[in-house]
Ligand binder design. Structure first.
Ligand SMILES: Cc1cc2nc3c(=O)[nH]c(=O)nc-3n(C[C@H](O)[C@H](O)[C@H](O)COP(=O)(O)OP(=O)(O)OC[C@H]3O[C@@H](n4cnc5c(N)ncnc54)[C@H](O)[C@@H]3O)c2cc1C
Length: 307
């Protein structure tokens, strides 16, 4: 049997392959243990080769975006993490008609880069997403955005690869975007996405983007080590208000802390472990339930060996 922990097994892969890679370096929480293997395929063919080996050797697989909505366990991941951030970075205008402009972006493109592109080109639609630090692929999977504006509203179609390496295009209607989720066939990897934007003038786009940015910076700890909002907002109230109302704003557990600025953010103060964060999440859920009768559902995704 092939030893997939060894470099020889990955010779066919043209992109970078790293072994025993600390995942803390790939998440905005800056915590979590190592992955056995991290592969950064260069293109579709390279990704198909990675998946062929995954199938052949039955390697557990996790698809990572920019790790900005992710809590990785302290023991890391026994398997392969694949990230599209080194390839899959193309941005191109597919078609324009009147002021409508359809853009295709690779899943590995940083949202911030895409917003930079829209600012330069004078393309309107993505202004609300300024300050959301993930990749385009992660943003589609999470239907990232604000209360009333999300990336799903702009998606025309997505290009997916299944675990057999087959590529297919799924139209927006079938994606059923909802609050922080969308419907993708299980195991799909988002390769690229077509977004419907509107031609505008660069100063107009800049003005709107700046307003969203200032608003975000005034309410969220955007430079702290965190994974953004930890919980989804329940229908009755915001998670942040509920956490604050039960007296947990600023509460510290080990190296993790409920942000003083926004109680729905947990920040890593430098030495936090995933265990600290998980315990803090559980404590918040229990206290909010006891006092308010509302069970907060996690928004942050987890990659935990412990299950
Ligand atoms: C400071 C800060 C502010 C934030 N503000 C917001 C906000 O205002 N609104 C908001 O919605 N979110 C916010 N977030 C959360 C986060 O940035 C978003 O959820 C983002 O879309 C996650 O993208 P990512 O690439 O980091 O995905 P990851 O965290 O890497 O992954 C998220 C999920 O997507 C899956 N995934 C990623 N890429 C792919 C792919 N190509 N194919 C298939 N599956 C994939 C992963 O397996 C995982 O399940 C914030 C986070 C931080 C740290």
């Amino acid at each position: 049997m092939l030893d997939w922990h060894a470099p020889a097994a990955w010779q066919e892969i043209r992109g970078e392959v790293r072994f025993h890679e600390p995942l803390r370096a790939h998440t905005s929480f800056r915590l979590g243990g190592p992955a056995d293997v991290l592969a950064l395929p260069r293109d579709t063919g390279d990704l198909q080769n990675v998946l062929a080996l995954v199938r052949q050797e039955q390697i557990p697989l996790y698809v990572l975006g920019r790790g900005t909505n992710l809590l990785v366990g302290d023991s890391g991941f026994r398997g392969l993490v694949v990230s599209l951030k080194e390839g899959f970075r193309e941005v191109e205008i597919l078609q324009e008609e009147g002021d409508h402009c359809q853009l295709r972006c690779g899943a590995g493109v940083r949202l911030a880069s895409l917003i930079g592109y829209s600012l330069r080109e004078g393309l309107s639609g993505l202004e609300f997403a300024v300050g959301i630090p993930g990749s385009v692929g992660g943003a589609v999977v999470m239907n990232a955005g604000l209360k009333k504006q999300t990336i799903g509203q702009l998606v025309d179609w997505v290009l997916l690869m299944d675990r057999q390496g087959r590529v297919s295009r799924i139209e927006r209607a079938k994606l059923c975007f909802a609050y922080r989720c969308c419907h993708l066939p299980p195991g799909s990897i988002v390769l690229s996405v077509a977004l419907a934007l509107r031609r505008c003038t660069p100063p107009d786009v800049q003005r709107k983007t700046r307003a969203f940015f200032l608003q975000k910076r005034s309410v969220q700890p955007v430079t702290a080590w965190s994974a953004g909002c930890i919980f989804k907002n329940p229908s009755q109230d915001t998670a942040g208000r509920l956490i604050e109302s039960v007296g947990l704003k600023g509460y510290r557990l080990g190296g993790s802390r409920v942000s003083e600025m926004h109680a729905n953010f947990i920040v890593n103060e430098g030495q936090a472990t995933a265990r600290d964060v998980l315990e803090l999440i559980s404590l918040i859920q229990k206290k909010v339930y006891l006092v308010k009768g509302i069970w907060l559902e996690r928004e942050v995704e987890t990659l935990l060996e412990e299950g």
